[in-house]
Every structure is written in structure tokens, then in C-alpha cells.
Write a protein that binds this ligand. Structure first.
Ligand code: AHG
Ligand code: MN
Ligand code: MN
Length: 333
């Protein structure tokens, strides 16, 4: 069987992109190398060097930093930062944007990342991942200002995630389809395994942390009640699936359909998930696959963030399920 590597696929895609200079291909190659390095560390965690557990620090999100969070963050900052392809990196793990002015250049892009998503699941061997976004940045060697960094998700050049699960997969889009590649650990190469992924228009699963029910607003409670009601015509009740790693819950939703929700609540009206590192990249992917990404009220990709760690409520998945959620939330608020 003809096997296409991620590197070959990106190169073919680049030839189709008018005005492509090879810069984007170079950047994608750096990301996949970082992904392989992190995958190795995740798969060996618990054997050899002491990389499991907490660092003892708390990050800008107020969350305890796991050693693998820090390892993934440092690996990506080093490899992407030295590539000469980016002028700035924003990371869930870093308070401020990191500027890159040295190196070969021309530093065309801005890179946003959640270096390791699902950290609470690292020590219990549940799938975790890296999520990233690529935006066009200002050319030249000055510091990249906030207004160039805080871009609406619709400006993304590319978005993707690497999921470290039963196998390591690299899923990405440039707006021309969503494509999945599986790592062959013996060869150390990602091979095309899921060409042109399309999310089902409607699913049969909803995914949310029901443990937060007591804090939910009335409209969120009404929405979950809807999914639990019996109605053969709309294939209800839906099943509940919740892993607690966004990248894993999203990957299942992308392939099987349904709706992932992390709503705002009484104590956190903006919810928990970050716009730049989680909501925007996954919304670019899901919309390219035929689905929708919403705050419950508005399209994620239309939002222009006001600060790099901005949080947003997230309703993402099958088009019909997201539209149903928006309708029920509207009718009950
Ligand atoms: P991160 O590990 O990057 O901080 O992200 C964790 C997020 C996301 O992966 C997941 O959907 C969510 O936290 C789970 O939150 P709860 O434990 O509150 O359900
Ligand atoms: Mn995350
Ligand atoms: Mn994270």
C-alpha cells in the first residue's frame, strides 16, 4: 500500500499553495520533530528519568505545573524558537509572549500553543496532547506588538494537535481539509492514516464535566436535560463520554460526531478553556471538517481576544448539535 509521510504530504500541499515560499513547510517540520520528542517522553514517562509528577510551581493559569508540561513547553520553545520561522510564541505556560529576533529568519509566523493538554491525566496513563495555531506575523525585526499577537481565530494560517494516546497522531488543517497522520514508532515517521476527516453532521454523544452541575446556569442545566430525554426521532438520550483531556475528547468528537461542552458557570462565566491555545485552533479544525465551534452564543473564530490568556465557554462538534445547543441555551436564558 502506498504510504505518504507527513513531510511528503506537506510538501505536496505547499506546491498547491500559491506564493508558498517553503517557510510554512519548514515550520511544520519543526513542529512534527518536537511532537516526536514529546511523544517519546510521554511514552517513557515513569521509566528512567524522573519526568512524572509536579514541578511544585503554579503557572499563570493558577494550575500546578506537571514536569511533562514544562518539558513539552521547553522542547517546543527551543525547536520552534530556533527555527527562524516565528517572530513570537505565546504559550499557555508562559505569562507573556516570547519574542524571537535572532536566527536565520524571515520569522514570518506567530505560534500559539498549549504544549501539553490534559495534564491532570498524565500520571494515570490517559491520552494527552499538544495543541497549536499558526498566524501570520509582521515582517521585520522589531518586537511583535500585542495587536499582532491577539488575532481573531479566523486569521489562522494553520491549526493542529498531536495526541499522545494508544498511538501518537498528528492532525492538522490549513483550511484545505483536515488530515490525520499516525506515528510509526519503529520508523519514527508520521504516515497519512485519516485523509480529509469530516465530522458527522449530528452525533449521539455529549461530553462535559457533570461534576460542575451545581455551578451551572439554568440554561446549561436545561441543555443537559435535553440530551438525557427520550426521543427516538432525535436519537435521544445521547451517551455521555468525558475523558477530561480536551484533545482526547475533541478527537473522539471529530471522528464520531457529537458535542463537547465546557460552559461558563456561576463562578467562572468565561469557563475554563483558553481562546488562543484551545478554542481557536480546535474551532478552525472542526469548521474545516464541517462542524462548528461556538461560545454558546457566537462563533469562536469571529472573536478577537483582548489578552493572550483569555478564556471562553466552548461548545464544539457536529454542526446540528452545536446549533441545537445554541437554540436551547437561547430559549432558556
Ligand atoms: P491543560 O491540561 O492544558 O490545562 O487543559 C486541561 C483542560 C482540558 O484538557 C480539559 O478539557 C479540561 O481541562 C478538564 O477540566 P475539568 O477537570 O475541570 O473537567
Ligand atoms: Mn489545555
Ligand atoms: Mn496545557
Amino acid at each position: 500500500m502506498e504510504r505518504t509521510t507527513l513531510v511528503q504530504f506537506i510538501r505536496v500541499q505547499e506546491k498547491k499553495a500559491d506564493g508558498a515560499t517553503g517557510e510554512f513547510t519548514r515550520l511544520m517540520n519543526e513542529i512534527l520533530v518536537a511532537g516526536k520528542i514529546i511523544s517519546l517522553a510521554v511514552n517513557k514517562a515513569g521509566i528512567g528519568e524522573d519526568i512524572l509528577g509536579l514541578t511544585g510551581e503554579v503557572n499563570v493559569q493558577g494550575e500546578e505545573v506537571q514536569k511533562l508540561d514544562e518539558y513539552a513547553n521547553n522542547t517546543l520553545l527551543k525547536i520552534i524558537g530556533q527555527s527562524g520561522c516565528v517572530s513570537a510564541i505565546i504559550s499557555e505556560e508562559c505569562d507573556e509572549a516570547i519574542q524571537f529576533k535572532s536566527g536565520p529568519g524571515p520569522r514570518k509566523y506567530i505560534f500559539a500553543m498549549d504544549p501539553l493538554d490534559g495534564s491532570s491525566n498524565i500520571d494515570v496513563n490517559v491520552s494527552i496532547g499538544t495543541i497549536f495555531s499558526i498566524y501570520r506575523g509582521p515582517e521585520g525585526s522589531d518586537d511583535v506588538e500585542d495587536d499582532a499577537i491577539l488575532q481573531a481565530g479566523m486569521n489562522q494560517v494553520a491549526a493542529g494537535y498531536i495526541i499522545y494516546g494508544s498511538s501518537t497522531m498528528f492532525v492538522y488543517t490549513t483550511g484545505q481539509g483536515v488530515h490525520g497522520f499516525t506515528l510509526d514508532p519503529e520508523l519514527g515517521e508520521f504516515f497519512l492514516s485519516h485523509p480529509d476527516i469530516k465530522i458527522p453532521d449530528k452525533g449521539k454523544q455529549y461530553s462535559t464535566n457533570e461534576g460542575n452541575q451545581v455551578k451551572w446556569l439554568p440554561e446549561q442545566k436545561a441543555l443537559i436535560k435535553y440530551f438525557k430525554e427520550t426521543d427516538p426521532e432525535t436519537e435521544r438520550p445521547y451517551s455521555l463520554r468525558y475523558i477530561g483531556s480536551l484533545v482526547a475528547d475533541f478527537h473522539r468528537t471529530l471522528l464520531k460526531g457529537g458535542l463537547f461542552m465546557y460552559p461558563g458557570d456561576q463562578s467562572n462565566p468565561e469557563g475554563k478553556l483558553r481562546y488562543a491555545f484551545e478554542a481557536a485552533p480546535l474551532s478552525f479544525i472542526v469548521e474545516t471538517a464541517g462542524g462548528l465551534g461556538s461560545t454558546g452564543k457566537e462563533r469562536i473564530l469571529d472573536i478577537r481576544p483582548t489578552h493572550i490568556h483569555q478564556r471562553v465557554p466552548l461548545f464544539i462538534g457536529s454542526r446540528e448539535d452545536v446549533l441545537t445547543a445554541e437554540k436551547i441555551l437561547r430559549e432558556n436564558s
